[in-house]
Design a protein around this ligand. Structure first.
Ligand code: AKG
Length: 260
């Protein structure tokens, strides 16, 4: 479900400027080969924090919507910045987020991801592609192929025959809310325009994991009013506050899948 212009051009410029000057984010980024020689790069953090990333992830305009969709109180499961750079940004294989997350002790697929376009996303720079209504299939088995875990292609091919493929072109500031069983992928970015995106992921309080993982169990999310995005974003001293996770060492969910 799209929410166009969820963030104003000033808000999204402040987010982009903060992220692009954020050395800690750059340093924490992990890079995976997409199998075609391009780099899939992202930085991830578990707790939203008090910087502009946190103000967005905790904003009423997002969290209230997520809570409606989850029919429950939502908590922050993690956020990530997809650093899909011009010319070298790698492709993401077809997958469902719950294809990994179910291994983290989450019994139900009652989670929601919100992708916020930091840059304009087009087919040329590798916008997200989704198979419409694919969340109704349920969870598909995921297999490790090279650096990335992807959904079993036999089922994906069949789903592609039956479901509409949507190229999620977005303007900076647009948001896409999607279910964790939605099949999605993206092509490499061979264009000369970067395609960065912030993805904030939420879990329902009642879906608290039954075992520990590298993502948090229920932690109360303190919502903030929508004006905080600009207030914090304009304050250079605090806007880049975030504690980045070490994806390579911490993430066991992809590694524990069977190799192809
Ligand atoms: O931004 C993209 O191209 C894909 C990101 C994605 O699929 C994910 O983070 O699960």
């Amino acid at each position: 479900m799209f929410q166009r212009c969820l963030f104003s051009s000033e808000e999204i410029s402040l987010l982009g400027e903060t992220a692009r000057n954020d050395h800690a984010m750059d340093k924490a980024a992990s890079t995976m080969d997409d199998g075609e020689g391009n780099d899939v790069r992202l930085s991830l953090w578990n707790h939203p924090g008090n910087g502009i990333y946190g103000m967005i992830a905790r904003s009423e305009r997002i969290v209230d919507k997520v809570e409606q969709l989850l029919e429950d109180e939502a908590y922050h499961y993690h956020s990530k910045m997809i650093l899909k750079d011009a010319k070298i940004g790698g492709a993401w294989a077809w997958h469902q987020d719950y294809g990994y997350w179910y291994q983290n002790g989450l019994l139900f697929p009652n989670l929601c991801s919100v992708m916020i376009a930091v840059d304009e996303a087009t087919e040329e720079n590798g916008c997200l592609q989704v198979l419409k209504s694919s969340h109704k299939i349920g969870r598909i088995n995921h297999i490790l192929a090279g650096d990335q875990a992807g959904a079993d292609m036999e089922q994906v091919e069949e789903a592609k025959n039956r479901l509409e493929l949507v190229q999620c072109t977005m303007s900076a500031g647009d948001a896409l809310f999607f279910h964790p069983n939605t099949l999605h992928c993206s092509a490499a970015n061979l264009s000369d325009k970067a395609r960065w995106a912030l993805i904030c992921c939420y879990n329902a309080k009642s879906n608290n994991p039954y075992k520990e993982s590298h993502h948090p169990s229920y932690t109360k999310l303190d919502k903030v009013t929508d004006d905080q995005v600009l207030i914090v974003g304009r304050d250079e001293a605090i806007r880049s506050n975030a504690e980045f996770a070490n994806l390579v060492e911490d993430d066991q969910s992809a590694k524990s899948l069977n190799e192809n």
